[in-house]
Design a protein around this ligand. Structure first.
Ligand SMILES: *Cc1c(COP(=O)(O)O)cnc(C)c1O
Length: 401
């Protein structure tokens, strides 16, 4: 019953893969297996495992019962065959790309993406002879003309960090699959599985930084990749096992499952509050533009309704007063925290432009991702009362006009 396909998302987020009736002591909350290694019955037992004749838990870098439950549950919630969790979102991204790409292969990415993923792709991977093609994927035809026999992965985010704009998963996956065998890898961190299932729109693999919405409480780092069992198995035995070693500890797997219990409830509230905040910002005379896909005025609105159940808490906006105004507005906030990261219960605000200016002092080549202006402010709307967030933003914005 608890693993039935007909159960709703929220029910599966609570129960999938675990039945307290079958558990010793009937523990309703799944036990945490705090062990790094597992004893063999005898040498023949060990030999059977290492020769592939039998399978069982061996060592915690690749397998642990608590980790496996979280992996099964995530895979189920994304409609995937299999899942793998990692020590952070970057751990999941690196484990995946270092498994799927080799020297002379090509990776295609959208030109705007999370800043550390940008560094990995543009500074890290080329050192290993991997070619990167950076495109504007808002037009799927750009993908058609760039794809080649050497293209092994097409990788993009939707919604995109930090702008909150969308890419059309179905259109891009259709082009990719018509043109070759490259895997379409979607980073769905800004949506979480409660709002968007990229596999249902044709993607092959989905990445999450579980540091963000899935855990949701801003108290740990974790990542995941889900997809077909064969590819996930490869990422486990290559990327995770000997390229990155980016394992998620059993205690943290337990905590992520605790966050997962309230994911869809939290997302509903994040979305409801973010829409109110976006509507207020849109009306404010100091604001030049607001990007939130579920604003009716958004160019992404029609796509948003097709691709996502509703909006998350992520939005971005530009002010008419530019860089100086953005700094003044952020420094004037009294309730919303000035902090990187996102998807937490607390609202967080960042200004990538001033962070990049500071970084350029030590790293002159550092620059903003294409499509991110010096004016852009990214807001992760938390679970505070909407009225309180709106009055905090308003008192700071009012000082600019
Ligand atoms: C934060 C983030 C990551 C990286 O995740 P970490 O858990 O911080 O390593 C990757 N992709 C997106 C879209 C993110 O927002």
């Amino acid at each position: 019953m608890k693993d039935s396909k007909s159960l709703g998302f929220q029910t599966r987020a609570l129960h999938y893969g675990y039945d307290s009736l079958g558990e010793e002591f009937g523990a309703v909350s799944p036990p945490i297996y705090m062990t790094s290694t597992y004893a063999f019955d005898n040498t023949a037992d060990a030999a059977a495992v290492f020769s592939g004749e039998s399978s069982r838990y061996v060592y915690g870098r690749q397998h642990n019962p608590t980790q496996e439950l979280l992996e099964k549950r995530l895979a189920n919630l994304e409609g995937a065959e299999a899942g793998l969790v990692a020590g952070s979102g970057m751990g999941a991204i690196c484990s995946t790309l270092l498994t799927l790409l080799s020297a002379d292969d090509e990776l295609i990415v959208h030109h705007t993406m999370y800043s550390t993923a940008t560094s990995f792709v543009h500074e890290g991977l080329p050192r290993f002879g991997i070619t990167i093609k950076k495109l504007d994927l808002t037009n799927p035809e750009n993908l058609r003309s760039a794809i080649s026999d050497r293209t092994k992965v097409i990788y993009f985010e939707t919604p995109i960090n930090p702008t909150g704009q969308l890419l059309n998963i179905r259109a891009l996956a259709d082009v990719a699959h018509a043109c070759g065998t490259a895997k379409v890898l979607v980073d769905s961190t800004f949506a979480s599985p409660a709002l968007q299932n990229p596999l249902a729109h044709g993607a092959d693999l989905v990445i999450h930084s579980m540091t963000k919405y899935i855990n949701g409480h801003g108290d740990l780092l974790a990542g995941a990749v889900v997809g077909d069992a064969e590819t996930i198995g490869k990422i486990r035995t290559v990327g995770l096992k000997y390229m990155t070693g980016s394992t998620l500890a059993p205690m943290l797997c337990f905590m992520v499952m605790r966050g997962l219990k309230t994911l869809s409830v939290r997302m509903r509230q994040h979305g409801e509050t973010a829409l109110k905040v976006a509507q207020m910002l849109e009306q404010h005379p100091a604001v030049k533009v607001v990007r939130y896909p579920f604003l009716e005025s958004s160019p992404d609105y029609e796509l948003a309704k097709k691709q996502m159940h509703h909006g998350s808490g992520m939005l971005s906006f530009d002010l008419k007063s530019g860089l100086e105004g953005a700094i003044k507005m952020i420094d004037g906030l009294q309730l919303i925290s000035r902090a990187i990261s996102l998807g937490d219960t607390e609202s967080l605000i960042t200004h990538p432009g001033s962070l990049i200016k500071a970084r350029q002092k030590v790293e002159p080549a550092a620059r903003l991702s294409d499509g991110v202006t010096m004016d852009l402010i990214r807001l992760s709307v938390g679970l505070e009362d909407a009225e309180d967030l709106i009055s905090d933003l308003r008192q700071s914005l009012d000082r600019l006009v």
